[in-house]
Ligand binder design. Structure first.
Ligand code: NAD
Length: 324
């Protein structure tokens, strides 16, 4: 494929593995990049900026292809040292950064000055336009179906993707709700120039999570995710399990629940332990509605090649239907 996204990122296929907390480590990012997509390391997954530097080096040892680093700027229990994180990314010569959340204008400027290609992930056309004005190179628009933080406006991809494409001049990557070549074909037909996937990449051979987590994604149907932390305006899509049910119960109480009450249930360290130990009933597991579309655990290379073949088939079949 050849379009603005493949050219800007220097990749073969416009299939991006989005940054995922505790999952976006070197083995996964390198596998995606080696398969022709764009792998992404999660900056906040590393305990310190120095550890992030080492993880970037580890990824470089595993692939000679481009990869990115995700930096998410949303509420956290312990505020990350963002200034040092961006310094390390620049010192390490990273060429691509995926940002998400409330990114200050000077950060975009700092990254652009360093010659870094910025993909900004956001959940509304309004925020996408603001990011474009601040000079991001690509907008990754995240529909309501997505794992993690879908924002508070609840617009699904079928509307959000073309709305973003119409409003923006920079290329748009479709994120949320995509797990296979059918979704990719749909996203391209809606005007996107690439796709971003998270949950689908968790159910791959190379994803560094316990096999029981991958099995839980295989078992889940499309209606097996829940939105927690809506009452705090920090909505988060996670798998249905006893922890997310307990959070919803506390949020549903008269007067709701403060973050301090929810923290023991939702904190990232507990979610990390669940991902690593396979005790999937004992922490929040981020997942998108596409869990209902996942029924195997391929390697990243198998997944990407299969997606490209299915995407081409679907686009050709659709063209034949309309008489092209
Ligand atoms: P954490 O342990 O700091 O926080 C756990 C959850 O509580 C996160 O969803 C966080 O946003 C939320 N939170 C923290 N403080 C809050 C507050 N004062 N008010 C309301 N909500 C609060 O998070 P972590 O698991 O170590 O993750 C680090 C960062 O990565 C967080 O900002 C998290 O939101 C983000 N993240 C993003 C995604 C995504 O889908 N983009 C997925 C996982 C984590």
């Amino acid at each position: 494929m050849n379009n603005r996204v493949t050219e800007l990122l220097g990749i073969r296929y416009p299939i991006i593995q989005g940054g995922m907390q505790w999952v976006g480590r070197a083995e996964l990012a390198a596998a995606v990049s080696n398969a022709g997509g764009l792998g992404t390391l999660g900056a906040l997954t590393q305990p310190t900026p120095e550890a992030l530097g080492l993880e970037i080096e580890r990824c470089r040892a595993l692939t000679d292809k481009p990869f990115g680093v995700n930096v998410t700027m949303l509420p956290t229990v312990n505020p990350p040292p963002y200034a040092r994180i961006f310094e390390v990314i620049i010192e390490q010569g990273v060429r691509i950064v995926e940002t998400a959340g409330n990114v200050p204008e000077q950060v975009f400027q700092q990254l652009r000055d360093a010659g870094i290609v910025i993909l900004h992930k956001c959940t509304s056309v309004r925020h996408a336009l603001a990011a474009e004005k601040r000079g991001v190179h690509v907008v990754s628009i995240d529909g309501f179906e997505c794992a993690g933080h879908p924002g508070e406006e609840d617009v699904p991809g079928l509307v959000l993707i073309p709305a973003a494409v119409s409003a923006l001049s920079v290329p748009v990557v479709a994120s949320g709700g995509i797990a296979d070549g059918r979704g990719m074909a749909a996203a391209l037909a809606l005007g996107a120039e690439g796709v971003n996937m998270g949950t689908r990449f968790v159910a791959t051979q190379e994803a560094p999570v316990h096999a029981k987590v991958k099995q839980a994604l295989l078992d889940a149907r499309e209606n097996d995710t829940r939105l927690i932390m809506r009452t705090l305006r920090n909505s988060s899509r996670v798998l249905l399990n006893p922890v997310s049910e307990e959070v919803l119960k506390l949020e549903g109480r008269s007067g709701g629940a403060s973050f301090e009450v929810l923290r023991p249930l939702v904190n990232g360290q507990r979610g990390r332990a669940a991902l690593e130990s396979g005790d999937i009933t004992n922490g929040v597991i981020w997942a998108g509605m596409v869990a209902g579309l996942i029924d195997d655990i391929p390697s990243c290379a198998e997944l990407i090649e299969r997606m490209m073949a299915q995407c081409r088939d679907r686009l050709a079949a659709a063209a034949a239907q309309v008489g092209a």
